[in-house]
Design a protein around this ligand. Structure first.
Ligand code: PXP
Length: 260
């Protein structure tokens, strides 16, 4: 399994103080030498964490492929086309969201996504689409010309956390998932089925299949059972653990859990 380590969260901490500490390049060097297979970063329109200069520096110094997440905004696409990452992952973006909440709507924004894919392909950049795990989204992603789909595992992760952690008793309890345990458990099973079915369908269409969002040391084993998924992109849980164990150990531990 390819492990993409998302280092945006290091820049989140830096931007909280608007200074140059922690240095994102230190995170890059540690990730490159600790078992990561890919560096994943997101250049958001609001620049809330990764800045343009970070992308240039990471592109210049990374010994691993760089997976650059971005929206379908034209200005961002122009920047990404010039930067030439190893891959661009198109994601939905809303300014008020805390993080990417749900996959790209490949139906409503079909024309814009097609334009984005064509522009990126003109710059020889392979394209991944971050989509919800549905058959329809797999087929549309293929039709639009993407090479890769990244299945959004956020709902799965939320259900897992509501069932297996203290989340329901915290301020961040997810209202719509405050359900009897058996009901939540059924929903979790269904979400795993949806991810499995989507992954199999995507592979049968010739797409590469990645997954990400909300994956952590406790729930990632579910993804390991789905053979069609060959890449995971993980950020929050690795950077959170690194506060206590250091980034190198946090990555090594995740790499161990995600090795088939
Ligand atoms: N994949 C994509 C496309 C994302 O947008 C994100 C979040 O930035 C991730 C993976 C990683 O999610 P998390 O930080 O929850 O591990």
């Amino acid at each position: 399994m390819t492990l993409g380590v998302n280092i945006d969260h290091v820049a989140v901490l830096r931007e909280a103080r608007r200074i140059n500490d922690p240095d994102i390049l230190n995170a890059l060097y540690v990730a490159c030498s600790s078992g990561a297979d890919q560096i994943t970063i997101h250049l958001r329109e609001d620049r809330r964490h990764i800045q343009d200069i970070d992308v240039s520096n990471i592109m210049l110094h990374s010994t691993l492929p760089v997976n650059l997440e971005c929206s379908i905004d034209r200005d961002i696409l122009n920047i990404v086309s010039k930067l030439k990452p190893h891959r661009a992952t198109l994601v939905p973006e809303k300014r008020e969201e805390v993080t990417t909440e749900g996959g790209l709507d490949v139906f409503t924004y079909e024309d814009e996504i097609l334009y984005a894919i064509e522009q990126l392909h003109d710059s020889i950049i392979p394209v991944s689409l971050f989509v919800d795990p549905t058959i329809e989204a797999m087929e549309k992603s293929k039709e639009l010309g993407a090479e890769i789909v990244e299945l959004h595992t956020g709902s799965f992760a939320n259900m897992f956390a509501m069932l297996n952690s203290s989340l329901p008793h915290s301020n961040h309890s997810i209202k719509e998932l405050k359900l009897p345990r058996y009901e939540l458990s059924n929903k979790l099973e269904k979400s795993i089925e949806d991810i499995t079915t989507a992954a199999k369908h995507a592979k049968s269409l010739g797409l590469e299949v990645a997954a990400g969002h909300g994956l952590n040391y406790h729930n990632v084993f579910y993804m390991m059972d789905i053979d069609e998924i060959t890449e995971l992109n993980i950020g929050q849980s690795i950077i959170a653990r690194s506060i206590f164990s250091g980034l190198a150990d946090a990555i090594k531990e995740m790499k161990k859990l995600t090795t088939r």
